[in-house]
Design a protein around this ligand. Structure first.
Ligand code: ADP
Ligand code: MG
Length: 327
């Protein structure tokens, strides 16, 4: 079992930031709106995430640490319209096979908290009483301690932490209704409080993408319809060179998609000098059954069933704003 889990871990857990991504997605799936992350030594020594979500009842702690124990897929159909973020049902088991993992949880309806961890080659799960407020903490120490080849692939503390930082930024840009706190080696480096109003959202954007972007960004909001596009975009005269802010979210997930990028570029084309690139943070929403998300966790690819329609919708919406900006 340990070996099977370790092999699975190779797919799910590439480095500390992929662990962080899985854990944060779990917390969000559990309805948490406050996440506190403590990282030590770029995540190689410790990754601890506390959330205030629904928690895991005592009897399900063991299941949560077992392979393919996802509570989120009941059928093939579910697989197709992956509503929740996590869906493979093996992240915790995989991570726990390559680290020292402790899972502590207290659902609101349960009066005590319990803690679970695995031990030995057969991944025996132990459970004991613990102290914990409503919600869940996953505490992971010594990632890859038993897979030296993987551990060797870790880069410097600073590099690994910057990947974690990046993961949190992306998620923070897609969940303004959730508060995040990120600490590295005892120092709290990021605080993104809940952002309800437009003004607060733009403050979070400024923290993540820079004050200049936030100052120059125009808000965009498509009319009600099957497709929705909202976010911020920068007027052509303020767009700069490659490497500027270009974030596209599809149904809440950040994607790098050629079709979308192309639609935006085409809209900007007539206004933009050749050496400049469009600058934007955009959120595109469409019915889940019209899009396939590549199930490989590391890829950020999508396939739209109606490509032409999506492309033209994005193009039209951006053009509409650009026209009004340059009139
Ligand atoms: P998946 O997310 O694909 O179901 P995971 O291995 O990531 O698989 O998690 C296993 C299960 O543990 C989840 O289905 C969920 O029921 C539970 N779980 C994990 N993390 C949390 C959390 N932070 N809060 C509540 N439940 C959690
Ligand atoms: Mg998960």
């Amino acid at each position: 079992i340990e070996l099977a889990n370790q092999i699975a871990a190779g797919e799910v857990v590439e480095r500390p930031s992929s662990v962080v991504k899985e854990l944060v997605e779990n917390a969000l799936d559990a309805g948490a709106d406050e996440l506190v992350l403590d990282i030590e030594k770029g995540g190689s020594k410790r990754i601890r995430i506390r959330d205030n979500g629904g928690g895991i009842v005592r009897d399900e702690l063991t299941l949560a640490l077992s392979r393919h124990a996802t509570s989120k897929i009941q059928s093939l159909e579910d697989l197709e319209r992956i509503g929740s973020l996590g869906f493979r049902g093996e992240a915790l088991a995989s991570i726990s096979s390559v680290s020292r993992l402790r899972l502590t949880s207290k659902p609101a309806e349960q009066s005590e908290a319990w803690q679970a961890w695995t031990e030995g080659r057969d991944m025996q799960v132990n459970v004991e009483p613990a102290a914990h407020p409503n919600g869940t903490t996953v505490d992971i120490q010594d990632l890859f301690f038993n897979t030296p080849a993987r551990r060797k692939f870790l880069r410097t503390e600073k590099t690994e932490f910057s990947h974690i930082d990046e993961v949190i930024k992306r998620i923070a840009l897609s969940r303004f209704d959730v508060a995040f706190q990120l600490t590295h080696n005892g120092k709290t480096l990021r605080r993104y409080p809940k952002a309800e109003s437009q003004k607060q959202q733009l403050q979070r954007v400024a923290k993540i993408c820079g004050g200049q972007f936030a100052e120059q960004a125009y808000q965009l909001q498509s009319p009600e319809g099957e497709y929705k596009l909202k976010g911020w975009m920068v007027a052509p005269e303020h767009c700069r060179y490659q490497g500027d802010v270009q974030h596209f979210f599809v149904n809440g997930r950040m994607m790098r998609d050629k079709l979308l990028a192309h639609a935006v570029r085409q809209a900007y084309e007539k206004y933009l000098p050749a050496d400049r690139v469009p600058t934007y943070i955009l959120y595109f929403e469409l019915p889940a059954e019209q899009v396939d998300v590549n199930v490989h966790p590391a890829k950020h690819e999508v396939r739209f069933h109606y490509q032409r329609q999506v492309h033209d919708f994005i193009l039209t919406q951006i053009e509409r704003v650009l026209r009004s900006l340059t009139e």
